[in-house]
Ligand binder design. Structure first.
Ligand code: ATP
Ligand code: MG
Ligand code: MG
Ligand code: MG
Length: 478
């Protein structure tokens, strides 16, 4: 089943059951306290927290998401993209646990002929929060799941709150068993790596009023909320990879054409060599994320969102170089990604002249400085080796970044190839100094203030995205 068809079925399932179809918000988060939209619920936060009355009792969407925190996983796990789409259904004081479980189960296990997704019910497992007997009982009664396939997990995995006093509650996740060839029996409780039991859908039950929230796992429940809400998120790419019978999300119809073209350009066969495969998957992921981010108006730069975009594009370019491709690669790959994505996002095709010129200019800029920066890098490495201290200083890494636009992961990758280390702490300190200066400037210019309370939890999980990801995007493809 094509990804576009899964998305269509999802929206139709919920639309015919009283949900208002809400178009995806931009990847540029609707609120300035998050860099990117990281989940389907982000555009609905004011309704979920009760800050604003919801204009509908039920809503559904397929939300474009970017999670920079998952960059390190890309290409190595089967299931993490920097860009992905989260299918969601939301209830604002309308149906609750039973309704959410029923609606999810009907869609997942409904026959393909009847508009469902046709999953084999015997392969589905769920988790619920430790003391959430209500959810466990509902899964058993509504879905007929045997108790062994309803597992209980603690607050770390199965509890949601905003990170501050306000709404919170248990969640319940649905997993698909990919079979014994992917790992031992025992369900998601045992398979913490997620290779065999793949998480596909998270149902959040916003049920309680919390106070004294000290951490993810420490808070006090004051009582029940007058208006209980439902927030769910299903990974579109994960469902697609299962339904398309491929091994991971980089091999689905919306991503694989880029991967195949990259392999062709590099003259390698996908599936033969693990390291090359990871690089190809990284390229396919990053090219798509770049396309979608530029599509939503992000442009490469040295700060915030622009810097994330810059790193994704440059890392894709360098990965292609490591695969042996010397020529410009984005002009070959970006149109392939556009063609794979424009069924669901026609604006990518109509806006492609602008999108591609931004991307190609970034590749050219990187190629230009790649040569001069590499010269500086080589000199620095030679000096370091001569001095008998095979380490590049924080200043050198910073200057490669600041003058030549080398993202730190590129510098680290190149250093590793030369058997040289980099003073990352020193580099980070210099970056922080620069950022603090920029922030102080920006703060001085801004007026007004932003209510950030509701986002603390998201920030704790996913951000501050610009800096965190910066630190996590470095161990790949080496
Ligand atoms: P995982 O444990 O696999 O990292 P998660 O628990 O972080 O997933 P949630 O925050 O619960 O994910 O998001 C809801 C759903 O969105 C997940 O069940 C999954 O299907 C999908 N999803 C989350 N992160 C990604 C990603 N990086 N790429 C693709 N799909 C994702
Ligand atoms: Mg995750
Ligand atoms: Mg999870
Ligand atoms: Mg989850």
């Amino acid at each position: 089943m094509q990804t576009a068809e899964i998305r269509r079925r999802f929206l139709e399932h919920f639309a015919t059951r009283g949900h208002t179809v809400v178009p995806s918000a931009s990847l540029v988060s609707p609120d300035p306290s998050l860099l990117f939209t990281v989940a389907g619920m982000v555009p609905f936060i004011p309704y979920l927290t009760g800050r604003e009355p919801a204009p509908f009792a039920r809503a559904t969407s397929v939300q474009k998401c970017v999670r920079t925190l998952d960059i390190e996983e890309v290409g190595k796990t089967t299931r993490h993209g920097t860009f992905f789409q989260m299918n969601g259904n939301f209830s604002f004081g309308d149906y609750f646990k039973e309704g959410a479980i029923q609606l999810a189960w009907e869609l997942l296990t409904g026959s393909v002929e009847a508009g469902g997704l046709g999953f084999d019910p015997d392969r589905l497992w769920v988790t619920v929060y430790l003391d959430d007997d209500e959810a466990a009982e509902a899964w058993h009664r509504i879905a007929g799941l045997p108790v062994e396939r309803i597992q209980r997990l603690g607050k770390k995995d199965n509890y949601w709150h905003t990170g501050a006093a306000g709404p919170g509650g248990p969640c319940s996740e649905i997993y698909y068993d990919r079979g014994p060839e992917f790992g031992p029996e025992g369900g998601p409780l045992v398979d913490t790596g997620g290779d065999r039991f793949l998480e596909i859908w998270n149902l959040v039950f916003m049920q309680y009023e919390l106070t004294d929230v000290r951490s993810k796992e420490e808070f006090t429940v004051v009582g029940e909320l007058p208006n209980k809400n439902i927030d769910t998120g299903m990974g579109l790419e994960r469902v697609a990879f299962l339904l398309q019978g491929v091994d991971n999300m980089y091999e689905i119809d919306e991503v694989a054409p880029v991967l195949r073209r990259a392999a062709e350009l590099a003259g390698v066969t996908y599936g033969k060599d693990h390291e090359a495969d990871v690089r190809l998957r990284v390229v396919a992921d990053h090219v798509r994320s770049g396309l979608m981010l530029i599509g939503d108006g992000v442009t490469p730069g040295n700060e915030g969102r622009g810097y994330i975009l810059r790193r994704l594009l440059r890392r894709a370019v360098r990965s292609m170089k490591l695969l042996g491709v010397e020529d410009a690669t984005l002009p070959e790959l970006l149109p392939v990604s556009r063609d794979a994505m424009s069924a669901s996002y026609p604006e990518l095709a109509t806006d492609f002249a602008r999108i591609s010129s931004v991307a190609y200019a970034e590749e050219e800029a990187f190629r230009r400085t790649l040569t001069s920066g590499t010269a500086l890098f080589d000199t620095a490495v030679a000096q370091a080796k001569q001095a008998g201290t095979p380490s590049l200083s924080g200043e050198q890494a910073f200057s490669l970044h600041d003058t030549f636009g080398f993202p730190i992961d590129v510098t680290l990758e190149m250093a590793a190839e030369q058997g040289v280390t980099v003073d990352e702490a020193g580099f980070r300190a210099l970056m922080k100094e620069q950022r603090d200066r920029a922030r102080a400037d920006a703060r001085a210019k801004r007026t007004g203030s932003v209510d950030v309370l509701a986002y603390r939890r998201l920030l704790a999980d996913h951000g501050p995205t610009d800096w965190q990801a910066y630190e996590t995007l470095r161990t790949d493809s080496r």
